[in-house]
Design a protein. Structure first.
Length: 384
């Protein structure tokens, strides 16, 4: 019997929400994204957070340096292919040949920078953002909402002048949409945020570009769908593939814990429906968020799922599961660029419908490994 490998060729995608970290962690994770995506919106929640254009310029230089260091050699802490099972390189791939000059290869990745909004970011910083050409959004983390968000906004009223300037200049506000009030049930924090923060914000700044990031609820989908064209949303692969049972399947599963936390199945279905709808308000943002194994498997484990090792393949799975592979390209490669006013990519990637084993863990930091989504299992698609 002859079996034909199914292939899927699409315009190279972009990731409109990504955590790259810094230093050795950056060097370890960046090749996974750069192999698949042409560009990524890079989150600013470093320690200390990236709050000025000058800091974003320096961070961008570190990313570019890590890219060129990674072009011809794996990072020093990266094992070679063929070592023991728990020591495989990312994606279980063979080491790539030198990538210098390869169109669309690691060396061609472009980081799109963001700033971290604080109570006292001056409006003048937005003028610098606009002039920079490399900062593409301002991130709103409600103070204390998630990883490294302590310096986040305590009250949006304090940011009125800055938000007004963003509205004038068309600089997008990228929103972590959860209230932080511990009295609000964790599964309701997105819906309450929409009612108590986002709706009033858009009443005050009706033309402000707002991206509701990593939408996890039907409420979030409906809010974006029913708002003006200035409002869009990103969807992660893990929120499309998993519901909240995945956090508790047979025991507590820290590697499926992220924020906003996974929600019930009916919400997951609403996210999938939006992703495959062809509505250009919804586009790809992995929210791939690496944390060392020791900080995830802990009494108080960090929030974040690492998905960059299969950053487009996992979406292909989610779209295929509902017979909508034909909708993947718009979602992954067109709508985000259109929203941000950037050109669409012109080169292409090909995915093969072949199971790809995911290693139990990946090289990360000296003395700490990284456990990716699907660790020890497989993903149904692989990058050609
Ligand atoms: O799960 C998450 N991890 N959610 C976030 O908002 C932040 C991210 C991180 O930086 O680890
Ligand atoms: Zn994030």
């Amino acid at each position: 019997m002859q079996t034909l490998t199914q292939t899927l060729t699409i315009t190279r995608p972009d990731d409109w929400h990504l955590h790259l970290r810094d230093g050795a962690a950056l060097a370890a994770v960046l090749p996974d994204t750069a192999r698949r995506f042409a560009r990524a919106i890079v989150m600013p929640n470093l320690k200390p957070p990236v709050t000025t254009v000058a800091m974003a310029a320096a961070y961008r230089e570190r990313i570019i340096a890590a890219l060129s260091a990674g072009m011809n050699a794996p990072p020093p802490d990266r094992p070679k292919a063929g070592q023991a099972n728990n020591m495989e390189p990312h994606s279980g791939e063979q080491p790539s040949p030198p990538r210098e000059g390869r169109p669309g290869g690691v060396g061609h990745f472009t980081p799109l920078m963001t700033l971290y909004l604080t109570d006292n970011m001056p409006a003048a910083e937005i003028d610098a953002v606009k002039a920079s050409g490399f900062v593409h959004g301002i991130k709103l983390y409600p103070a204390g909402a998630t990883t490294n968000s302590d310096a986040g906004v305590s009250d949006l009223k304090k940011c009125a002048a800055t938000l007004a300037r963003m509205e004038q200049l068309g600089v997008p506000l990228l929103v972590h949409g959860e209230v932080t009030d511990p009295a609000v049930d964790i599964f309701d924090r997105e819906a309450v945020f929409i009612d108590t923060v986002l709706m009033p914000l858009l009443r005050d700044f009706p033309a402000l570009k707002v991206v509701l990031e990593h939408i996890t609820t039907r409420d979030g989908i409906e809010f974006v769908r029913d708002s003006g064209v200035n409002v869009a949303g990103t969807l992660t692969a893990h929120h499309l593939l998993l519901n909240r049972n995945a956090i508790f399947a047979g025991g507590i599963r820290p590697h499926n814990y992220c924020l906003p936390v996974l929600k019930r199945e009916s919400h997951r279905q609403a996210l999938v429906a939006a992703a495959i709808s062809g509505n250009p308000k919804f586009f790809l943002g992995t929210d791939s968020a690496p944390h060392g194994q020791s900080t995830k498997e802990a009494a108080c484990g960090c929030a974040g799922c690492y998905t960059a090792h299969a950053g487009i393949e996992l979406y292909a799975e989610a779209f295929e599961a509902v017979g909508a592979l034909d909708k993947l390209e718009g979602f992954a490669s067109f709508y985000g660029a259109d929203y941000y006013g950037l050109p669409r990519n012109t080169d292409r990637i090909t995915l093969l419908r072949e199971a790809a084993a995911v290693p139990a863990s990946l090289a990360y930091l000296d003395g700490d490994r990284l456990v990716p989504l699907r660790a020890g299992e497989s993903v149904a698609w692989r990058l050609a």
